[in-house]
Design a protein around this ligand. Structure first.
Ligand SMILES: [Zn+2]
Length: 242
């Protein structure tokens, strides 16, 4: 052995750091091969190095984990914020549409007697699919107001049955009709106001006159029967005598 043990012990840290001259390193290896004491010392030094490397790797992984957790939390927060913004927007849009609907639904378009362009008794032999079909009184309305909602009541007279009706419509219905269903202003709108389809043959056959009650607030008439024709009602149709 070229090197004494005390020198080997001094040199081993340099050897570990790989800063020895190649001749020194070769002499050290030759010594370690033959000296069990120094070999044990060298093995312990290597174990320490491995442990240190292990500890360092564990620290690095822990730091990486912590960083990943922070990033994940940030992503989660951003997603929740975006979701809340979308929900808030939907709520505002929904409330807006609700207000618009309620406003328009309670804004009535009154029909005037002039809006009834025609009131005629028509005979439609085919009854069935459309409940408004069949013989009866039909009115043709001012199409710019689109569709109507009608309320009707009857009066029994010696000559026969007299119809009193009112018409109303909401702004909402008009919008829906023109914007949603694509109905065009200027198209004639005809409505069966008292037909076999909606009141039955016994009433239609006995119908002798129809009165329109203008500017009604479209109240719900409690009964389908009235005791007299209201003062402001206008005669719009009368069955020809004979
Ligand atoms: Zn030795």
């Amino acid at each position: 052995m070229k090197l004494p043990c005390y020198l080997v012990r001094d040199l081993l840290p340099l050897y570990k750091d790989e800063v020895c001259e190649s001749e020194t390193a070769a002499d050290l290896r030759e010594h370690l091969e033959h000296c069990p004491d120094c070999r044990r010392l060298w093995e312990r030094m290597q174990e320490t190095v491995l442990l240190e490397e292990e500890a360092a790797r564990a620290r690095r992984e822990e730091q990486a984990d912590a960083l990943r957790r922070v990033r994940k939390n940030q992503r989660k927060k951003r997603m929740l914020t975006a979701l809340a913004a979308v929900l808030a927007t939907l709520c505002v849009v929904y409330l807006g549409l609700r207000l618009l609907h309620d406003y328009a639904n309670h804004t009535y378009l009154d029909y005037d007697v002039d809006d009834i362009l025609k009131a005629e008794y028509e005979e439609h032999p085919e009854e069935g699919e459309n409940p408004l079909e069949g013989d009866g009184l039909y009115i043709t309305l001012n199409p710019t107001k689109y569709s109507s909602l009608s309320k009707t009541a009857f009066l029994d007279t010696e000559e026969g049955k007299v119809l009193v009706f009112t018409l109303g419509n909401s702004l909402w219905n008009k919008w829906m009709g023109t914007q949603w269903y694509g109905l065009k202003e200027g198209e004639l709108f005809k409505e069966g106001i008292c037909t076999v389809g909606n009141f039955g043959r016994s009433i239609v056959d006995e119908l002798v006159a129809a009165y329109y009650l203008p500017n009604s607030e479209f109240e719900d008439w409690e009964s389908h029967w009235v005791s007299s024709v209201p003062d402001n009602a206008v005669l719009v149709w009368q069955r020809d005598a004979g």
